[in-house]
Design a protein around this ligand. Structure first.
Ligand SMILES: [Zn+2]
Ligand SMILES: [Zn+2]
Length: 147
């Protein structure tokens, strides 16, 4: 862990108590979190960072590849922890904003196939943005119940 914080420090991210709280919050989440959701969770632990500070921290963490930043069609950036995990895709509910990480194995094999397909044609992928959106179980039920 000390080595990890040293690497972060080299990138201008300091092991403050708030940074640790951000990492813990992301670690315990089943899905990627927006800045507002992270602020809400931090508030429960008596941290009150302003949005700009939090955004800067998360951007640095994303540059250090500690955190994955994803943009969805609601134009909300969501963040998740990458430690010990490869970049992956997500599912977000367009109705309630519920978000979950998709299993790495599935993401990896499908990315691998697409990359091979493109490489076969001489193309090179530099940016990849694939996220899945729709209705979560709860919202889907709510919709069918209201019919
Ligand atoms: Zn939902
Ligand atoms: Zn994720």
């Amino acid at each position: 862990m000390r080595e990890f914080y040293k690497q972060l420090r080299d990138r201008g991210v300091y092991a403050t108590s708030i940074l640790k709280a951000i990492l813990r919050t992301l670690k315990s989440s089943k899905g990627p979190l927006s800045i507002n959701e992270i602020r809400f969770e931090l508030g429960k632990k008596n941290f009150q960072p302003n949005k700009t500070t939090l955004y800067r921290q998360l951007t640095k963490l994303a540059e250090a590849e500690v955190v994955q930043e994803s943009l969805f069609t609601d134009e909300i950036r969501r963040y998740c922890l990458l430690l010990g995990r490869k970049p992956h895709h997500h599912f977000v509910c367009q109705e309630c904003g519920y978000a979950e990480h998709l299993p790495e194995e599935i993401c990896n094999s499908f990315e691998h196939q697409i990359a091979r397909h493109l490489a076969g044609k001489g193309n090179e992928v530099t940016v990849q943005t694939i996220e899945f959106e729709g209705l979560c179980q709860k919202c889907k039920h709510k919709l069918t119940d209201s019919l």
